[in-house]
Design a protein around this ligand. Structure first.
Ligand code: F6P
Length: 539
């Protein structure tokens, strides 16, 4: 495995980074070679702070770190998730049945399409009212219970595609162990017409299991049917890889939709984890979502590096992170329906590439995953953009523009798009002291109004936000994350860092019960437990 810092390109890129022209000067000539059309979207990298020759150096780094070889290994089903000895095959979820993937003698695609068929029949029966609750009424409310990858993808997709959703069914996504989340979703649900989808790859996640038990109790109490199994049978379905735990919860096997250990939680929204999405938009539109991702997969697999959008996006993210020292990226969708997209991307990017050791366990001697966050435009403009424009921290920005909206308010939509393009320009080009002086800015305000620019911006422009383009956008980010991880030589598909906190929480909860403040707790935790117990009990 190549350490990227030991490649010739790393040294050349380091030297290039000491003398990078400003984005303003780079844009004096058209940079059309940095605007690339792909499935469902156009990616404009012309506002990145790099020359075309630096881009070429980055593509050489991609070659010398064997990114395409690693990509091919992933698509072929090799166990590239080395710490869990698993394949990483979310790309198989969208592969057409006519082009099956066989891994170690198993026809993976046959399994995928068998589950897709069951999901389609089930979703259709909910949508057309054939499936009824225990009292014979059709379903008008779906509550998805899950957390992390079992929540963020489905919640994001539902919001993003709400213009395609069946208006007769309302959806809620409950994730937090804070009981407020579940209780408020139940408050607006009719028990006779509510379907719960319990989504958990492991079916052992504390938050999800507690919320599922709360929902089951609520359904049993409010429906008051003699045989509780009937209530669970008509109102609860599960999406999981853990059949034994699902069975122990009481959900019958015909109501279980499986997936596989080769689908990571944050990469799972196009597996059975997307059941709520399919119920909302229907099987046909769900297949369009898959088609969009598949089209981006093909682009990633076949397009030459200089026009390969995920490769370019991933390589430029490494440039920003390691050579320009930019530690954070704001995701700014100029589309209210993409309101949950930054939260979804936070898990995808930070759980994947928030790693400090390489695949062989050695410490990295370079920076890895950036911090991702964001809010839809134009809202963010009236909130945190001040720091983006004039703060001391340089933030890279991904601006997502949708050319055609779903309302008939075209003028208002144009205001939205104009703002997106204006921000892309101002962030990257800025305004100089000379320009301010020429526009008769009072001299004492010139330094306050100066906009340094040079914030790298990628603009992703989608003609329209539909299932296909959303699928393409999701796959683009998945693959960009992959490219970054492959260059860095880290495992983007495990998440050991999230485990210890869960274990410690169990110990702390026991201490709430038995008040045994053992030496296992650090001194501050011991004091916090005491404080909590006093406040809880009003001592
Ligand atoms: O704790 C992190 C995590 O394991 C995520 O990776 C995952 O998406 C989430 O928890 C939920 O896990 P599960 O689907 O098994 O409930």
């Amino acid at each position: 495995m190549t350490n990227p810092t030991e490649t010739a390109q790393w040294a050349e890129l380091t030297s290039a980074s000491t003398n990078v022209p400003s984005i303003r000067s780079l844009l004096e000539a058209p940079r059309s070679e940095l605007r690339v059309t792909g499935p469902g979207l156009v990616a404009d990298f012309s506002r990145q702070r790099l020359t075309v020759s630096t881009r070429d150096l980055l593509l050489e780094l991609v070659a010398s770190t064997h990114v395409c070889h690693q990509r091919d290994a992933m698509f072929a089903g090799e166990a590239i998730n080395s710490t869990e000895n698993r394949s990483v095959l979310h790309t198989a979820l969208r592969r057409p049945v006519a082009d099956p993937l066989v891994v170690n003698g198993t026809n993976v695609s046959a399994d995928v399409h068998q589950v897709l068929g069951r999901l389609s029949s089930f979703s259709t029966s909910i949508r057309n009212g054939e499936w009824t609750g225990v009292t014979g009424k059709s379903i008008n409310r779906v509550i998805n219970i899950g957390i992390g990858g079992s929540d963020l993808g489905p919640a994001m997709a539902y919001t993003a595609l709400k213009n395609y959703a069946d208006p007769n069914i309302s959806f809620a996504f409950v994730s937090n162990v804070d009981p407020e989340d579940m209780v408020s979703a139940l408050a607006t649900s009719d028990p006779e017409r509510t379907l719960f989808i319990i989504v958990s790859k492991t079916f052992t996640t504390t938050e999800t299991m507690m919320n599922a038990r709360l929902a089951r109790q609520w359904a049993l109490d409010s429906l008051n049917v003699q045989d509780p199994r009937e209530v669970v049978e008509r109102h609860f379905v599960a999406v999981s890889t853990n059949a034994a735990e699902v069975d122990a919860f009481g959900i019958a096997s015909q109501n279980v939709f499986g997936f596989w250990d080769w689908v990571g939680g944050r990469y799972s929204m196009e597996s059975a984890v997307g059941l709520s999405t399919m119920i909302a938009i229907g099987p046909e539109a769900f297949h369009e979502l898959l088609a969009g991702s598949f089209a981006m997969d093909q682009h990633f697999l076949t397009e030459p590096p200089a026009t390969n959008i995920p490769i370019l996006m991933g390589a430029m993210s490494v440039w920003n992170r390691d050579f320009l020292g930019i530690s954070t990226t704001a995701v700014l969708p100029y589309a209210q329906v993409l309101a949950r997209f930054p939260a979804y991307l936070q898990q995808l990017t930070m759980e994947s590439n928030g790693k400090r050791v390489r695949k062989d366990g050695s410490l990295v001697n370079y920076n890895t995953g950036a911090i991702y966050w964001g809010e839809p435009g134009t809202n963010g403009q009236h909130s945190f953009y001040q720091l983006l424009h004039q703060g001391t921290e340089i933030v890279a920005c991904d601006i997502i523009v949708v050319s055609r909206g779903h309302t008939n308010q075209t003028e208002q939509h144009e205001t939205l798009v104009a703002n997106a393009l204006a921000q892309a320009s101002v962030l990257s080009v800025g305004v100089t002291r000379e320009e301010l002086a020429k526009s008769s800015t009072p001299v004492e305000l010139i330094s306050h109004k100066e906009m340094p620019g040079d914030r790298p911006v990628t603009v992703l422009m989608l003609e329209t936000l539909n299932p296909f383009s959303l699928g393409a956008l999701i796959a683009l980010y998945e693959h960009s994350v992959f490219v970054q991880g492959a260059i860095w030589g880290i495992n983007s598909f495990d998440q050991w860092g999230v485990e210890l906190g869960k274990k410690v929480a169990v110990g702390i909860q026991s201490a709430f019960e038995d008040r045994n403040l053992t030496a296992d707790f650090d001194s501050s935790t011991r004091e916090s437990i005491k404080e909590y117990l006093q406040q809880r009990d009003g001592d």
